[in-house]
Design a protein around this ligand. Structure first.
Ligand SMILES: Nc1nc2c(ncn2[C@@H]2O[C@H](COP(=O)(O)OP(=O)(O)OP(=O)(O)O)[C@@H](O)[C@H]2O)c(=O)[nH]1
Length: 302
């Protein structure tokens, strides 16, 4: 091919590719809506989620849990390549660039106001979309391990619970893992070695959970795994596999650190009767973790 000519397969050499700490591309490949104000700041609605009803109700596809937002506030859809927004008779109206609308096509930079939240429409490859994607990665990641953080876990849990309120038949389990006697590791080997243990533990857990599970570091030496579509029995075998993998792992830390065998205690709970909100599930898993600690550590309870 002559120099300077292009084929359809060639990518634009000027395309800016942004990657996160794990090397995954976070560049949005197509147009999207990004929350720029209010609840769920930084989150986005992508074309594969369309059509999407935005609202406060549990049957909304993109939930904004604010009293200023109607249960089914507006809908975003795509029609022959164009994005549209239409109001669904919301109490506080849907505004685009501060003007109330019934139905309207979206152009790059348009701002949709839904109650006290605001979403911005960004065309494919816009510099702002790339910048916001990178920023959002920072907001949902734990700096030390690169895993998702507590904030992202809670958002994921809220989404899962919203889905379950519509179809109650699908199980959901949550495990909380806590490193045993981690203070002793820090005291004996130093804080930097402690940090390295947490990083290596994160990689180990990452390799051991399923792709559909949501793994997060939710505290100092505390991790969580959200397991959609898993009841207690399958979740328990996954946790047992994690516990045993940690116990058998050799952590590569400075010679002479003397950290010995690292173990984790795991508390597990399934979403069920008597639970109304995310904190109920967390509390149940935490109670099982406490029991696992009290009864000897390096075990799975729940
Ligand atoms: N190196 C390191 N240490 C941390 C980090 N976050 C919390 N810690 C330490 O983790 C330790 C947790 O100690 P404890 O809560 O007493 O629990 P533990 O020693 O693990 O004992 P059990 O949980 O009862 O088995 C504390 O010493 C914290 O300072 C971190 O990011 N890096």
């Amino acid at each position: 091919m002559a120099q300077g000519s292009r084929s359809d397969e060639q990518t634009d050499p000027c395309t800016l590719l942004i990657v996160n700490d794990q090397g995954d591309a976070v560049e949005p490949r197509s147009a999207c809506l990004v929350v720029i104000r209010g609840e769920r700041l930084g989150e986005r609605i992508e074309p594969d989620a369309l059509p999407a009803v935005i609202g406060r109700g549990s049957d909304a596809d993109f939930r904004i849990p604010s009293p200023s937002v109607s249960r089914r506030h507006c809908r975003v859809l795509q029609d022959r390549g164009t994005w549209w927004v239409e109001d669904l008779r919301s109490t506080n109206l849907t505004l685009v660039n501060e003007h109330p609308i019934d139905r309207r096509p979206l152009n790059d930079g348009d701002r949709i106001r839904v109650g006290d939240s605001e979403l911005k429409f960004l065309a494919a490859g816009s510099t702002e979309a790339i910048y916001l994607a990178k920023l959002h990665e920072h907001v949902i990641r734990d700096e030390l391990t690169g895993l998702h953080n507590r904030r992202h876990l809670m958002a994921g849990l809220d989404d899962e619970l919203a889905r379950r309120r519509q179809r109650m038949d699908s199980p959901l389990s949550l495990a909380i893992l806590d490193v045993d006697h981690f203070k002793a590791i820090n005291d004996r080997a130093g804080h930097l070695v402690g940090d390295e243990v947490l990083r290596q533990l994160a990689r180990l857990l990452e390799g051991a959970v399923r792709e559909t599970d949501l793994l997060a570091r939710i505290g100092g030496e505390e991790f969580a795994v959200l397991m959609p579509d898993s009841g207690l029995a399958p979740a328990r075998s996954i946790c047992e596999r994690l516990r045993s993998a940690v116990e058998r792992a050799e952590f590569a830390v400075a010679a002479g650190s003397g950290i010995g065998t690292v173990t984790v205690s795991i508390g597990l709970a399934e979403w069920g009767a008597g639970m109304n909100e995310a904190s109920d599930l967390l509390r149940a898993a935490d109670a099982e973790l406490y029991r696992a600690k009290r009864e000897g550590r390096n075990r799975v309870y729940g």
